[in-house]
Design a protein around this ligand. Structure first.
Ligand SMILES: Cc1cc2nc3c(=O)[nH]c(=O)nc-3n(C[C@H](O)[C@H](O)[C@H](O)COP(=O)(O)OP(=O)(O)OC[C@H]3O[C@@H](n4cnc5c(N)ncnc54)[C@H](O)[C@@H]3O)c2cc1C
Length: 302
């Protein structure tokens, strides 16, 4: 038995929410969990799994993010603003939502920000310093079945293949907790430290392999790819979900399609960050009149 999901809906209402930090907890050497609260958060509706959303952070000299417009025209208005003043936009995953008392958690990978004030990017630096009461804005779904959920195995799937790094760990945790009992899953997760490994509760029949990265070799070595090359994959029709560093994602996808015999349509792949490049590369932008829906992601040429 496996779990399948309907295709993504054509429209996906998203809305801006003003939120504040309720608490922050260091989970491991490279990960901090921040819990957000806000007056209207009962209206937020996460679809679970790899539910993505947009985070808008204040600049270091501001105490809240600056927007000229949070209506239908927010995206061109945001782009037209002075980059030194406008809110910093990043994509993250809703790790867990609790409608009562109106909270949600986000797990931030720190990628260097924990050891030096100038290291990491703006989001990672913000996360390491976040304190209760700090304010920001999010663009998040108000309908559970929304286009910000990508993990959608089609009918006929026999087993699930997942690979990712620590930025994808919140999504992998959400996916594993969503899979129905007995679903066969093979999972490879690359992390920076032994202690970054987490308990990942699931009813699935999941075989999880943790790979601790060798920091010195990280830029020119893809241990997930090595692990996949050495792996014996189950019989039957797989659905693959791949996320993490864009170059690694591209290499893993190519391997699965060219050498693993996996149908390219059954591979969902997303670059969550790109080595040496800040933020995201905005390739697609769609805004729907009834709510807001934006697709901004790294584009990986295949
Ligand atoms: C759909 C989606 C969901 C995501 N969910 C999560 C999530 O739940 N948790 C999470 O931690 N991240 C998540 N990410 C990844 C996150 O958006 C990026 O890591 C982002 O670049 C962090 O922003 P920043 O401001 O800290 O760094 P940036 O300003 O974007 O980058 C600064 C520098 O840091 C490098 N860098 C960025 N990320 C990493 C990294 N992880 N390791 C090493 N170097 C890095 C860049 O290459 C660049 O050189 C998600 C991304 C997408 C597209």
């Amino acid at each position: 038995m496996t779990t399948t999901a309907a295709p993504a809906p054509a429209t996906a209402p998203f809305r801006f929410f003003d939120v504040h930090v309720v608490r922050s907890r260091r989970l491991s050497p490279s990960m901090v969990r921040i819990t957000f609260g806000g007056e209207r958060l009962a209206e937020l509706a996460s679809g679970g799994r790899d539910q993505r959303f947009k985070l808008f952070l204040p600049q270091p000299h501001q105490d809240r993010p600056v927007f000229d417009d949070t209506g239908d025209g927010w995206y061109p208005a945001w782009r037209a603003q002075d980059p030194a003043e406008r809110a910093v936009m990043r994509s993250y995953t809703i790790r867990e939502q609790r409608p009562e008392p109106g909270e949600f958690d986000v797990d931030f990978a720190l990628h260097g920000a924990e050891s030096a004030a100038a290291a990491g990017g703006p989001a990672s630096r913000w996360a390491v310093r976040a304190r209760p009461g700090d304010r920001l804005t999010v663009l998040a779904p108000v309908v559970e079945d929304n286009g910000g959920v990508d993990f959608r195995p089609p009918a006929g799937t026999d087993w699930i293949l997942i690979t990712g790094d620590e930025t994808a760990l919140p999504a992998i945790a959400g996916i594993l907790s969503w899979l129905s009992p007995g679903t066969r899953a093979k999972v490879w997760i690359e992390v920076a430290h032994e202690d970054d490994r987490q308990q990942l509760p699931t009813f699935a029949d999941a075989d999880i392999t943790w790979i601790v990265r060798d920091a010195a070799a990280a830029a020119h070595h893809e241990p997930v790819l090595d692990a996949l090359r050495a792996a014996e994959l189950p019989e039957g029709t797989p659905y693959a979900w791949i996320a993490g560093e864009a170059g690694t994602v591209k290499a893993v996808r190519r391997h699965l399609v060219s050498h693993g015999g996996i149908d390219r349509r059954a591979v969902k792949f997303t670059g969550y960050w790109r080595r040496g490049a800040t933020a995201v590369y905005y390739k697609h932008h769609r805004a729907h009149k009834n709510g807001y829906y934006i697709v901004c992601r790294l584009v990986i040429e295949s």
